[in-house]
Each structure stands twice: as C-alpha cells, then as structure tokens.
Design a protein around this ligand. Structure first.
Ligand code: FE2
Length: 349
C-alpha cells in the first residue's frame, strides 16, 4: 500500500460485512482501517483523518447520526457513505441531511457501493483541488495588493521629489534673476488657462504648466552683466540671450522624468519660422511651446524693465493680436484673448 493511498474507515459491527468491504476497498487501492464499534471509531478518528467513512448507522454503542454530526463538524472534507437496514430508511435520509454523501440498504449491492466510493473520492479530490486553487488565488491577490500599495507609495514619493526639484530649480533662477521672480509663475498660470481653454487633456496641461515654471532656467548660465544689464543689449549680448532655451534644456535633460523638454527648447520659436533656436514654424512647433510663447510675451510686455516701462494691458493685447500668424499661432491667440476676456469679466487683473 503506498503512503499516498486514500484512507477509508469502515465502521461496522458485522464481521462478515467488514471482511467483504475490506476486500473490495483494498482491491481499489485504498488504505483500510476498521472499527467494530462507535467507541473504536472515535479512537481511530482521534489518531488519523480518513478521506472516506463507510458507516453502519446502527451501531451497538453510539447513535450513527450523532457520529455523522461529530465527524462533519470536525472534518468537513471527509466523505461519509451510510449503510442501513430497511427498518431505518428514515435515519438514512436524516443522515443525508447531516452531510452523508450516499446511503446503501442491506443487503448491499457491492458493485454499486464500489462505484459510489469512487465517485465520492473523485468529487472530494475535485473539491480539494478547487479549494487549493482558491487559496492560491487569494494569496496571490493579497501579494498583488501589497505590491500595488508599495508601487503607489513609491509613485507618491517620486512625484513629491519631482515637485520639490521643480520648486528648487525655479527658486534658484529667481535668486539669480530678480526679473524672473514671479514672472515664471504668472506665465505658468496664463499658459495653463490657455491650455484649458483649448481643451487639452489634464496631463498636457500639467506638462505645459511645469515647463512654464522652468522655461527660462537657462538664464542662470548667462553672465551677470547681460542678465541684469540696466540698458538695451547689443547684438552680441542678444546672441547670448538667445542661447537660453537650449541651456534650459541642457540643465534639465538629465532629469529623465521630465517629459516637456521640447516645450522649453522651442518657447522662442515663431509661428512664421523666424524664431530660435531651430527656426521651426507652424505645427512643427510643439503646441505647448506655442502656448508658452503667447503667455511669456504678454507677461514680459506688461512688466517694467530697467530699459523701458511696462505696456498697458490693452496695448500688449494689441501687440499680441498684431503678431498673430507671424510670431504666434492664431488658434492660441484666440484662446488667450478668451482667457483675458473671462478674466476681465470676473474683474481680475
Ligand atoms: Fe525665454
């Protein structure tokens, strides 16, 4: 008998029947234990759990129905087949209600009994397999949930570090160039509202907003004499200024999580292709950069510089309109004018 053989416990006080049942079950490869009374059965059950019990419901010392109840309470997986006489058919039906898998009336049809035990053990195997699979899935689900929580936490940390980095970079530029102080914030807010007005998706609006905060970062690399020059710049100095979009890109390119470098690089391109650094035109210029160009120019025009006074809002709006189609994307200009008009209706600015 191999150790993985299914175990059957025969509980029967009729020695002849026990011999017959034992022979059949052993022939089927089952490991057979025998109890001739309820007491013996209980002792055996304390030592080992059978896969199947063949139970004569009418035992001399215990009520067979109670025994079924006890077994089912302790070992739900154990299948029970009841053997009963004609006179106790009612009990057989009650036994089924208590969880017995089948019943046989004496004299027992041995072929049918053999078939029933095979069926019970097969169903039990299936049920156990399903239970194992269910538990496996449950365990995997718990693991998956743990991993998802971990990933969420890491993402939150990364996102926090990212925002902190952006803030520090913007602050570093403000410290270097007083003009930029608040300029980038205002430009970012205009750019965001234009993008919203144009119906761009949330993640694009976020990219445009963040790129606006950092668009002039390259000015940190410019000599002080140019950055804070009180008067007009000469051509050579202008040449230096025109390098700042590429320098901004250069500073940020190692931060691999930043996905808006093209917006920064091209924020001084012109719609007609005469801007810098790459002389891109029309739709070749990233939309974020076309939006940033309008917001940036408007903010710059309405701010005092050391070499000129700020233009009035009305005058700056006229300038933006005048340059629509040459410097600026007309669609962006329309959206921007709507943003300003909403702003004025609300009495802001
Ligand atoms: Fe710029």
């Amino acid at each position: 008998m191999n150790s993985s053989a299914k175990k059957i416990l025969i509980i029967e006080d009729d020695q002849d029947l026990v011999r017959t049942f034992t022979a059949i079950m052993e022939n089927s490869g089952l490991a057979v234990s025998v109890a001739f009374s309820g007491k013996e059965a209980k002792n055996l059950l304390k030592r080992s759990l059978p896969d199947l019990i063949l139970l004569d419901i009418k035992l001399p010392d215990v009520n067979g129905l109670n025994l079924i109840e006890e077994v089912k309470k302790e070992f739900t997986e154990t299948a029970i087949i009841v053997i009963t006489g004609h006179s106790s058919l009612d009990n057989a039906i009650r036994a089924l209600k208590l969880g017995a898998a089948d019943f046989f009336i004496k004299p027992v049809d041995l072929k049918a009994l053999k078939k029933a035990t095979d069926k019970c053990l097969w169903e039990q195997e299936k049920a156990l397999e399903n239970k194992r699979l269910y538990q496996e899935v449950q365990t995997q689900n718990i693991e998956l949930e743990k991993m998802m929580k971990k990933i969420k936490k890491l993402n939150e940390e990364l996102s926090k570090a990212y925002i902190e980095t952006i803030k520090s970079l913007a602050e570093a530029l403000e410290a270097r160039d007083p003009y930029t102080k608040s300029h980038s914030d205002i430009v970012a807010n205009y750019a965001k509202r234009i993008a919203e007005k144009m119906g761009l998706p949330f993640y694009e609006i976020k990219k445009i907003f963040q790129s606006a905060l950092l668009h002039d970062l390259g000015k940190m690399a410019m000599p002080d004499g140019i950055l804070n020059k009180p008067g007009l710049l000469d051509e050579k100095e202008w040449e230096e200024v025109r390098k700042h979009p590429e320098k901004s890109e250069e500073i940020l390119k190692h931060l691999t999580f930043i996905t808006f470098l093209p917006i920064i690089r091209h924020h001084h391109e012109r719609f007609d292709g005469t801007g810098y650094p790459d002389k891109l035109s029309g739709d070749m210029i990233p939309l974020g950069a076309r939006i940033l160009a309008v917001a940036d120019s408007f903010e710059a025009m309405t701010r005092d510089r050391s070499y000129r006074k700020a233009l009035s809002k009305e005058h700056a709006i006229e300038e933006i309109k005048r340059c629509s189609g040459s410097q600026f994307d007309p669609k962006v200009v329309i959206a921007f004018l709507e943003v300003l008009s909403n702003e004025m209706e609300k009495g802001v600015g």
